[in-house]
Design a protein around this ligand. Structure first.
Ligand code: ADP
Length: 562
């Protein structure tokens, strides 16, 4: 389960913050480059479209001019062939009738003024003959349109009117009779209405002559000045005006193209932004879900760990409780054993006391009987009496032992010199050691070393241990007994080791159980009593577990006197 959890760690898919920053920066730069490209492409397309539209508009305006010029040119040509006109020029007379005709034609064709010049350039009739600024009588011989028409037939001149002071196009056509040019018809056209129409549009429209001088413009102030340079962000298209050596220049602001490009780029940017926002939201949602899953996994893991820990603690607790119960049972068993032993001690003391007297009497009587019979007596009776004496001696041995055990409260536990007690015990057991030729190894004991005990019973314990060690040596080729003393701060341990056959493993288990003995004449009480005494002193008596091929080792611990 933990391995499963590890393989789905959300953090493993998340980039470190530095790399994430670089990635985002890169994406932003890429988006900027893309938007720049979109802007450039959109602007280029918009400019192409704008150029096409502007050219179409310029052509329409040029055509309109063309048609005006063609019409007025036709008017001049028709009047030049008019008989009344020819007649008037031939007579060099100012004829009101011709002037009225010119006035009618002018009104019909929407020119500004129509007039006739004789071969000297003097106006003999004019459509404005009846107006204050009448041209009749004026001399126009200096005008190019007069001279050119007289020599070449027709002429076209854009100029300011000398009388009206208003700009206009002068179209002139010669009038001929059989002898040659006798005069010139002049039609003046003003373009105020056209220019006003142009001015209504946002575009700038200008008409220039071949020299680049502005003749007509949507801004009248620019007239007769050189063509101004086009503005940086403006787009200009030039088309020829067919009827004259003119060029019509249409200039439009590039702003709409920029606006279109900006709008397109904005749209793409918005789409990109929304896309990025969507992706960001989706990835945030994914990370949130991953975090939630990780938290849930963590919670589950924690829960499982807590359950495992609690289970472990509970089983440890149960284990401890079982151990405590076992200890309690052992203690209870020890208590029962101690009670048994106490009862046994009391019984033993009572029995010993009660039995001793009659036993002594039986023994004395049997011995007396033996003496009375003497050597001549019935051997069977003598044998029986001898058996009675042996058996009473044996019973006396048991009662002595039991009395010794029951001699419990004979003395108080006091500070006892361990060296003295050991010395006395060795003395009591010396004869057997000597007869068995058993050497004793004894390290010197500090004479000042004192233990909490009662002298006689401490000696009883030591004698018992020494006797057992001696008895175990029977038939041993190189017997020895080693007595060592080890003094700690609070306790003193007396170790008694021998070179005998060691403890029988079956015997080792019930060593301190009453009447457990491996000796033919043994009672099995010595070690039980010795341990009881040691415990009464606040110490203990233990045997080392048996080791095959090695003798027995007994350890008597005693409290060290303060
Ligand atoms: P007893 O000497 O009357 O048998 P003890 O209680 O003194 O009673 O000893 C019990 C038994 O412990 C002995 O019968 C013997 O088997 C064993 N034992 C005691 N001391 C030794 C020893 N030093 N080496 C081998 N066995 C021993």
């Amino acid at each position: 389960m933990p391995s499963d959890a590890d393989s789905h760690r959300p953090s493993s898919r998340r980039l470190p913050p530095r790399r994430r920053f670089v990635l985002r920066l890169g994406l932003c730069l890429a988006a900027l480059v893309l938007l720049g490209a979109v802007f450039a492409a959109a602007r280029g397309q918009a400019l192409v479209r704008l150029g096409a539209q502007t050219e179409a508009a310029a052509r329409i305006r040029a055509l309109a001019l063309d048609s005006i010029l063609a019409k007025q040119r036709a008017v001049a040509a028709i009047l030049a062939d008019d008989r009344e006109v020819i007649a008037a020029l031939g007579a060099r007379e100012t004829g009101a009738a011709v002037s009225r005709k010119l006035e009618r034609v002018q009104a019909e064709t929407q020119s500004t003024v129509i007039y006739l010049l004789d071969d000297q350039g003097r106006a003999i009739s004019a459509s404005n003959f009846d107006e204050p600024g009448s041209f009749v009588g004026q001399d126009y011989s200096f005008r190019d349109y007069f001279r050119a028409a007289m020599t070449s037939g027709t002429a076209l001149q854009f100029a300011l009117g000398t009388v009206s002071n208003r700009p206009g196009l002068y179209l002139s056509h010669d009038v001929r009779d059989g002898s040659g040019a006798i005069g010139v018809v002049v039609v003046k056209v003003e373009f105020d209405a056209v220019e006003a129409a142009w001015a209504a549009s946002r575009d700038r429209t200008r008409v220039t002559d071949m020299g680049g001088t502005v003749l007509l413009s949507s801004r009248p102030s620019e007239r007769f000045a050189p063509m101004p340079a086009s503005q940086g962000d403006h787009l200009s298209v030039a088309v020829p005006v067919e009827g004259a050596d003119w060029r019509l220049v249409q200039e439009v602001s590039g702003a709409p193209a920029l606006e279109t490009a900006a709008l397109t780029t904005g749209g793409v940017g918005l789409a990109l932004g929304l896309g990025a926002l969507g992706i960001g939201q989706a990835s945030r949602a994914r990370r949130r879900a991953e975090r939630r899953q990780a938290a849930e996994r963590q919670y589950r893991d924690d829960l499982e760990r807590a359950v495992a820990e609690r289970t472990e603690a509970l089983s440890a607790e149960m284990h401890e409780r079982r151990a405590a119960e076992r200890r309690l049972a052992e203690l209870q068993a020890d208590l029962v054993q101690a009670n048994k032993l106490a009862a046994l001690g009391q019984t033993a003391a009572g029995v010993a006391h009660e039995v001793n007297q009659p036993l002594a009497t039986i023994r004395v009587l049997a011995e007396t009987g033996l003496d009375v019979l003497g050597d001549e007596g019935d051997p069977e009776v003598s044998g029986n009496l001898a058996t009675i004496v042996r058996m009473t001696s044996r019973i006396a041995q048991i009662t002595t032992e039991l009395r010794n055990f029951a001699r419990k409260a004979t003395g108080e536990i006091t500070q006892v010199s361990l060296a003295e007690a050991v010395k006395a015990s060795l003395l009591l057991t010396e004869s057997r050691r000597r007869s068995g030729d058993i050497p004793l190894e004894l390290a010197p004991i500090d004479p000042g070393l004192r233990v909490m005990a009662e002298t006689v019973r401490l000696e009883q314990v030591l004698v018992n241990l020494l006797q057992n060690a001696e008895e175990a040596q029977g038939g041993q080729p190189r017997p020895w007994i080693r007595l060592g003393v080890e003094a700690g701060d609070d306790a003193v341990t007396v170790t008694l080791a021998d070179n005998g056959p060691g403890l029988d493993p079956a015997q080792a288990e019930r060593l301190f159980t009453p009447f457990a003995t491996t000796k033919p004449g043994g009672l099995g009480l010595g070690l039980v009593i010795a341990r009881e005494i040691a415990r009464e002193f606040g110490g203990d008596l233990r045997a080392d577990p048996p080791v095959p091929g090695q003798g027995a080792v007994f350890r008597l611990t005693l409290r060290r006197a303060p």
